[in-house]
Design a protein around this ligand. Structure first.
Ligand code: CO
Length: 503
């Protein structure tokens, strides 16, 4: 068993606003709540789920008191997301269609078509004024940010039919909208891009407004996309499916039907946000990815049309998907038939090789340029205000060492990195929280540096088997404080800081 195995252990305890033991000092300005999502339970009816993405959703909340609150304290709450999937799993001890006996995540994905799960364990977001837990099925679960109680499904007033969605929506403060992406499978398959305006009629359900769509013969597995002021950028790796395969019996699960076709290359598809036109289509040498980091348009000054800059964490191929089976993360033999059950060389979470890379896509044609910036990164984040424009810093989980995961702050202009490591600690997604600007107005004031603020990340101490929340200074990347959770927190995926959630 790898040292990090407590990260894949179920958690029974639920807490409500528990004051955590602290080391160090939290900046007095830090006020609001970090809400994180991830699996909390990995067994159903005594059986272990097969894929990391299958555990039952649990929300975790770290509330920071702020100056007017409780004086630098951190208060922890956590709660299983009470969904249909949760009730069936816990009350009936039943592995439902989304937890099939072979290749559970894969079958879960397959069931996207007919019986999608509401086990929303991937991310959280605020959409049209509602807080929601998200996964890759169209079923989003509303929750109360104070109590973390589930409040039923978030449904839309429109009738857009989609099957596979991104759990990584992009919010555009300037336009006041959230942009999303989905795939519709059928005799014709489509990528669908839409917006949800922040301003929604009071009391009603929010509506998705179509931006663009594209018919594709073989849709790719897409986890996230990129947004610039002018474009929605879909990066399409050659990990694709012929959806007719879904209809054939004995074909295994959803992802089993996807094929790595490197000869297709990876396509960059940029849709104009106003007209919906497919404005840019370029093919680069093949790579796979889960997470984009940021994107922006770089305008040339000499009258040329410039380029799209897209930063993401790239992998050589799609084998990472298979690597995240529980059997692999636990250092046992791989489960997938694609590998022929070959013994896994070691715990796959050690020394994973995500490559933070910058892609330059010339708007008027020409070759896509790739530059690698940092080796061994996942779960990348940026400062909220750095989105969609030239920026300097990406923050991420650092994965290049064995026996630990650290945190990294990478200067994306130079590739220079500052890191945080601690022996035997496995850190998760780091979320940057900007320090609010001093004073009102700001007319004529110099804007604060992009990295002025703190970085918040959970980390598992494999020796004590408990977790901490570490608070790093955004500029120096020095640790300012850590808050001790009285148990482990299973490895999760994504979260968000909500400054307005102060109780
Ligand atoms: Co993700």
């Amino acid at each position: 068993m790898p040292a990090y195995s407590p990260g894949f252990r179920s958690l029974d305890a639920e807490h409500d606003d528990l004051a955590l033991d602290m080391e160090g000092e939290i900046p007095a300005w830090l006020s609001g709540s970090l809400v994180r999502n991830g699996p909390g339970q990995f067994e159903v009816g005594g059986e272990r789920v097969e894929h990391w993405f299958d555990g039952l959703a649990m929300l975790h909340k770290f509330r920071f008191g702020g100056e007017d609150g409780t004086d630098g304290g951190v208060f922890y709450s956590n709660r299983f997301l009470r969904t249909e999937a949760y009730r069936e799993a816990v009350e009936d001890e039943r592995i439902t269609s989304q937890f099939a006996t072979s290749g559970s995540y894969l079958d879960q994905l397959k069931s996207f078509l007919s019986d999608p799960t509401d086990n929303a364990n991937v991310n959280v977001a605020r959409i049209g004024g509602e807080y929601a837990a998200l996964t890759e099925t169209p079923r989003r679960v509303r929750f109360d940010p104070e109590t973390l109680s589930a409040r039923g499904e978030l449904t839309f007033a429109d009738d857009m039919t989609v099957h596979h969605v991104t759990a990584h929506l992009r919010h555009d403060d300037r336009r006041g909208e959230t942009v999303g992406y989905a795939t519709r499978f059928g005799r014709k398959n489509r990528y669908l891009l839409y917006r949800v305006l922040d301003d929604q009629p009071a009391g009603g359900r929010p509506s998705r407004v179509p931006i663009a769509s594209l018919e594709v013969e073989e849709p790719a597995y897409l986890h996230s996309f990129a947004l610039t002021p002018q474009y929605v950028v879909v990066v399409e790796p050659p990990f694709v499916v012929n959806p007719m395969r879904f209809l054939l019996p004995g074909r295994g699960g959803f992802i089993d039907n996807f094929r790595w076709k490197p000869e297709r290359g990876t396509r960059f598809l940029a849709f104009d946000r106003e007209s919906g036109n497919l404005a840019i289509e370029r093919t680069a040498p093949p790579f796979f990815f889960f997470h984009t980091v940021n994107a922006f348009e770089s305008r040339a000054e000499d009258g040329e049309s410039g380029e799209l800059v897209v930063d993401l964490v790239a992998y050589e191929d799609a084998s990472i998907v298979e690597d995240l089976f529980m059997s692999s993360v636990e250092g046992e033999e791989k489960a997938g038939e694609a590998t022929g059950g070959e013994p896994n060389p070691g715990p796959v979470l050690d020394a994973a090789k995500g490559e933070l890379a910058r892609f330059r896509v010339p708007i008027d044609g020409g070759r896509v340029d790739r530059r690698n910036l940092y080796t061994g990164m996942e779960l990348p984040r940026i400062a909220p205000r750095a989105g969609m424009e030239p920026y300097r810093y990406a923050y991420g989980q650092a994965t290049a060492r064995e026996g630990q995961n650290g945190l990294a702050k990478v200067n994306v202009e130079t590739g220079e990195a500052t890191e945080w490591w601690e022996d035997g600690f496995y850190a998760g997604e780091p979320i940057f929280v900007p320090k609010p600007a001093d004073g009102e107005g700001g007319g004529g004031e110099k804007q604060a540096p992009e990295d002025r603020g703190v970085v918040l990340a959970p980390a598992l101490d494999t020796e004590s088997e408990d977790s901490v929340l570490v608070v790093l200074d955004g500029e120096s990347f020095d640790e300012l404080a850590r808050a001790h959770v009285p148990h482990h927190i299973p490895f999760g995926f994504h979260g968000e800081f909500f400054p307005e959630v102060t109780s």
